[in-house]
Write a protein of this length. Structure first.
Length: 561
């Protein structure tokens, strides 16, 4: 062995000597402080260049963005952009108001409160503003059950526990018990053992953010100041929100263009000493694809990194698929390496909105999620989730939904939903001009086209009373199957409408883009995404607008109460 090492190193000795002599010659005459400063400066430049060249966004994309930002500063171009932005914002406000034109806004308290009869009349007026008929199965996702008997039970349960608050377990031991049981039933569904645990949150976004918070805090304890999470580009934006809120770095990993699953090899290459969590979706929202959870979990085990499975969308379908007759690879706590799972009880768990669970394989992870202020003058303050006070009635209604539906009920609904989703996917594959993204295994079917603008199909379906989800990068739409969509004839009518519209679009390839097609076409073409953000913020601001928009002649379209 020694002879082998000598054979390899001997030829390198003259090279090292030459390099050493060259460095000494360069540094000749320099004082020690100069050598230190030059070395530090060179190191900083190298680090800067490395960070500049090897960012998540390509150099080409960043150059386009910078050029666009520079162009926006030119007075004429800035004026044109501002003009178009103002027009877009005005259109958004008018679009939101259109749904209740003629009904003004209430902007101050009534001096005398309304009587019950008066109040019910007003509430019926407000309820009549909703025009989309989800009851007939025309809406993608949104309302996942709507069963009349279940609605009646939820309403009664909510009323029984209306004033409860889990922040006070001594006052409301009933809610504490129900929350603990919701968590334990959920852990059992995902094959957790006695060490598994979790909390009830107010929605999928909070469940995801709590997992990120826990792993960030764990990473900081390990000495990582700014932890990084690795997520597929298809992952829910709640992870981006968590990164923004909790001072984390989020790195988006590309997906396989055919399978739409995350590229595990690319994820492995992105792992660094700062990586605090790996993420996979089961399934991903855009096209309903389940990431290779077992492969991601293997990475997590190898590098001692927590692995989170986001099953907010499919969390109350996947655990029942095998019993419903559909093959499915393990994705939950049976997979060694999976450390946490998020699942929404308010989707296919059929609980009322504002209900989700975040589950951990071991209790140690959950402790990093908790917040404690031991020094507050108001007493020792501790809370398990983001909110302090929470609506105990929602927890009670979630418990009631799970107990009422039961395992058999969930298996039966899973069978209906998955069967309908696969009928739709198979039907789309037979229609000329459109295709299905990847191999959707759960309830979401992503639809694209290489022959026409897919958003023109979406607009035409909207005109026929359908409400689907528009997607971008690539342009596509999806339908998320719910129990209302499983009603007789709904899937068949959907396929019939898609085929009819697709045929029309194929016969008229030069049709002008309008509606959603124009909006999403414009949004995807803008290099500076800050402009898209500004437009989106304007839309969200519009939700809170209480000013009646005026027509072009300055007259108000309705009166204020």
């Amino acid at each position: 062995m020694a002879g082998l090492v000598k054979t390899v190193t001997d030829p390198l000795v003259p090279v090292f000597d030459t390099v050493k002599d060259r460095i000494n010659e360069i540094c000749k005459g320099l004082q020690p402080w100069q050598i230190v400063v030059y070395t530090a400066g060179t190191t900083l430049v190298i680090v800067y260049v490395k960070d500049f060249l090897f960012q998540e966004e390509s150099l080409k994309e960043r150059s386009k963005k910078e050029f666009f930002k520079w162009m926006k500063k030119i007075p004429y171009i800035k004026a044109q952009i501002d003009k178009e932005m103002a027009k877009t914002k005005k259109t958004m406000i008018e679009t939101l108001y259109k749904d209740h034109a003629g009904h003004g806004y209430v902007c101050q308290l009534p001096y005398n409160g309304l009587s019950e009869k008066e109040l019910m009349i007003e509430l019926e007026k407000y309820r009549s503003l909703a025009k989309t008929n989800w009851q007939k199965g025309r809406v993608s996702g949104t309302v996942y059950s709507g069963d009349e008997k279940l609605t009646e039970i939820m309403t009664k349960t909510y009323g029984m526990f209306l004033w409860t608050n889990p922040l006070h377990p001594d006052v409301f031991p009933d809610i504490r018990k129900m929350e603990a049981e919701v968590v334990r039933m959920s852990c059992t569904l995902f094959h957790g053992d006695e060490e598994s645990c979790g909390t009830v949150s107010q929605g999928g976004t909070e469940s995801i953010m709590l997992a990120c918070l826990a792993y960030r805090n764990l990473a900081r304890e390990r000495g990582i100041k700014v932890p990084e999470m690795l997520v597929p580009i298809t992952v829910h934006p709640a992870f981006d929100k968590a990164a923004s809120y909790f001072h984390m770095i989020i790195k988006h990993i590309p997906i396989d263009p055919e399978t739409r699953q995350v590229d595990v090899k690319a994820m492995k290459r992105a792992i660094s000493r700062k990586t605090c969590m790996l993420v996979g979706s089961a399934p991903a929202f855009p096209h309903g694809i389940i990431d290779p959870i077992q492969e991601i979990a293997e990475l997590g085990k190898r590098y001692d990194i927590p692995v989170h499975v986001d099953s907010c969308l499919g969390g109350f379908l996947l655990p029942f698929m095998t019993k419903a007759g559909f093959a499915l690879d393990p994705f939950d706590f049976r997979v060694d390496g999976v450390t946490s799972i998020s699942a929404d009880t308010h989707k296919y768990g059929f609980a009322p909105k504002g209900s989700s669970v975040i589950l951990y394989k071991k209790k140690i992870y959950r402790t990093y999620q908790f917040f404690v202020q031991p020094n507050w003058t108001g007493g020792i303050y501790a809370s398990p989730t983001v909110a302090g006070s929470r609506a105990g009635a929602i927890i009670a209604a979630c418990w009631a939904a799970m107990m009422y539906v039961g395992e058999k009920g969930y298996v039966d609904s899973t069978k209906k939903i998955i069967t309908t989703a696969r009928v739709i996917a198979d039907g789309i594959r037979k229609i000329k001009g459109v295709f299905v993204f990847g191999n959707p295994q759960v309830s979401v079917v992503g639809i694209g086209s290489n022959d026409f603008n897919i958003f023109n199909l979406s607009d035409a379906l909207t005109a026929k009373g359908w409400n689907l989800n528009p997607l971008q990068f690539p342009s596509s739409i999806h339908i998320c199957v719910t129990l209302p969509i499983c009603q007789d004839g709904v899937a068949e009518q959907f396929l019939k409408d898609v085929e009819e519209i697709s045929t029309e679009l194929l016969n008229n390839p030069n049709a002008k883009d309008g509606g959603m097609a124009a909006i999403y076409g414009m949004a995807q073409s803008i290099p500076d995404r800050s402009m898209v953000r500004e437009i989106a913020c304007s839309f969200v601001e519009g939700w809170y607008n209480t000013t009646v928009p005026t027509t072009s002649n300055g007259e108000a379209n309705g009166s204020v109460h």
